[in-house]
Write a protein that binds this ligand. Structure first.
Ligand code: UN1
Length: 505
């Protein structure tokens, strides 16, 4: 495939970058498989324990120089990276589609999300503002500066194999951090391709050691990263159980984490909603990316007066969903990522039936090459055990509600709290949903779906979603340390709080 060559993906690839690619005998191989065909598309040499140490040391060296590089100059590197990504948008979008299985349009969207966050970070590089405060003491002042943190860890999931890295990397770079990226072992080629693009830019700016890569098992190199006291911050995207482990391990050494864990995102459809808009948004939210976004729509809380119309329009759409090769432009839904994902999907559908759920559109495995399934819609009760869990598959739950209060109560009655939305034209419903007594998620939208956020807002959620924020707004502060300085520009010894100490009055 020509685009693989363009991305520098030929032969057995190194999965370790420490200012240079590290390779050689004696490393375990990792095979990358296309979920659409089951065929091998590449082989990667995994990072060894000794490699990890080398990565850590070279990153630390690079960081010492990087932290003293003026932030606007660091921004120029990210400006170039945005341009480079624009050049590689199509091949990289194709690779995302090939290796992860999302459709090409969504692969392109992911690269665009990388470009957008880079553009955002360039502006940010001149806006890392600290505050000044009036001092209570004469001829004193107080100021705040934001300083780089150090070498940070970025652990990303398979479902957004390139964009989530960029959210972290672009901000971390302008904030003056060096970084070690550990991508999902399900999407190593995407990581190597991105690293190749980053390297072209970093070479031109003589900062190769800032952006580093390790590929290997969570239980080996991943664990090293979590336990490493030299890593002040670990940004982790993945499941709730893994996130709990990350939080405990990093927390035990009093390191910082940014956690972006599972969601159980719901759309509320009120009796006055624009039903067609709601149906289109739920269709994208539930079937897009084959239901494998953290922000995927998992539940629809629909008012009893419009349930019939909503469900029949949605089922109609499901009947025409085009499932197949994610690189074919007519496809709407690609495969699930692997066999394990299908098994989890089948298990969840069984649980729904056992609990007394009503299947409105039957999902099932599609026999043949690749990990394809048909999506599923089921009418359930919000308190079914399976409904309380996140199943990373195109399984959509319909739950009836009879008022805005009923909707909000059921909406919040799950352990997770990432994204949410309401469809209504009623000002009171909409405002109630985004009020302190409304959605308890990190994101609550009005008249648009739960997935597909722009980079400008802070991305993340509450409760078991982990509380982290990434991407836009002031999420950058998490990648820096705050230095508060009180400065005496006079010559008097004056204590705060009016304290007199060893002085005669
Ligand atoms: C994720 O699923 O981990 O809002 C990220 C969205 C995308 C990012 C999702 N911009 O759906």
């Amino acid at each position: 495939m020509e685009f693989m060559k363009e991305l520098g993906l030929e032969g057995v690839l190194s999965g370790t970058y420490a200012g240079e690619w590290i390779s050689g005998e004696g490393r375990d191989q990792l095979v990358s498989v296309s979920p659409a065909t089951g065929e091998t598309i590449g082989t990667i040499l995994q990072t060894s324990e000794a490699d990890y140490e080398r990565v850590m040391q070279s990153s630390t060296e690079a960081w010492k120089k990087w932290r003293m590089t003026p932030a606007p100059i660091r921004g120029l590197v990210i400006r170039d990276l945005a341009d480079e990504l624009r050049k590689f948008k199509e091949p990289l979008g194709k690779l995302v589609s090939l290796e992860m299985g999302k459709i090409y349009q969504e692969g392109l969207g992911e690269v665009q999300e990388m470009i957008d966050i880079c553009d955002f970070a360039v502006g940010l590089s001149r806006q890392l503002y600290g505050k000044t405060m009036p001092s209570e003491r004469p001829e004193h002042r107080i100021q705040e500066q934001w300083h780089p943190l150090g070498v940070i860890g970025i652990i990303t999931a398979f479902n957004f194999p390139v964009a989530v890295y960029a959210w972290n990397a672009a901000l971390a770079a302008v904030c003056g951090d060096a970084m070690i990226w550990k991508p999902s072992s399900k999407t190593p080629l995407c990581a190597v391709a991105v690293q190749n693009i980053v390297n072209r830019v970093a070479k031109r700016h003589d900062c190769e050691g800032v952006f580093n890569l390790i590929i290997g098992k969570g239980s080996t190199v991943g664990e090293r990263l979590l336990q490493d006291k030299r890593v002040p911050l670990v940004s982790f995207t993945g499941s709730v159980p893994m996130g709990r482990h990350v939080s405990e391990t990093v927390g035990r050494r009093l390191g910082r984490t940014i956690l972006e864990l599972g969601g159980n995102n719901a759309v509320v459809v009120m009796e006055d909603a624009d039903i067609d808009n709601a149906v289109n948004s739920v269709f994208f939210g539930a079937v897009g990316t084959s239901g494998q976004r953290c922000t995927s729509t998992r539940r629809v809380l629909v008012h009893k007066d419009v349930k019939g119309e909503f469900v029949s329009k949605l089922v109609e759409k499901y009947q025409h969903v085009r499932i197949g090769d994610p690189l074919d432009s007519s496809t709407v839904m690609g495969p699930l990522v692997d066999e394990q994902a299908i098994v989890a999907y089948e298990r969840a559908m069984d649980e729904v039936k056992k609990a007394g759920g009503k299947i409105l559109y039957a999902g099932e495995r599609i026999e043949g090459k690749g990990s394809f399934v048909k999506p599923c819609i089921a009418e359930v009760k919000n308190d079914f055990k399976i409904v309380q869990e996140e199943t990373f598959a195109p399984l959509l739950y319909i739950i009836e509600i009879d008022s805005i209060d009923d909707a909000i109560e059921k909406h919040n009655d799950v352990p997770q709290g990432l994204s949410s939305s309401i469809f209504t034209r009623n000002f009171h419903y909409a405002e109630k949903f985004v009020s302190p007594a409304g959605s308890d998620c990190g994101m609550a939208n009005i008249n648009l779906g739960t997935s597909g956020a722009e980079i400008g807002g802070a991305f993340g959620g509450e409760k078991e979603t982990g509380g982290g924020r990434e991407s836009g707004s002031d999420a950058w502060k998490l990648y820096m340390r705050r230095l508060t300085s009180a400065i005496n520009y006079g010559s008097e010894f004056v204590l705060a709080q009016g304290i007199k100490f060893g002085e005669d009055d």
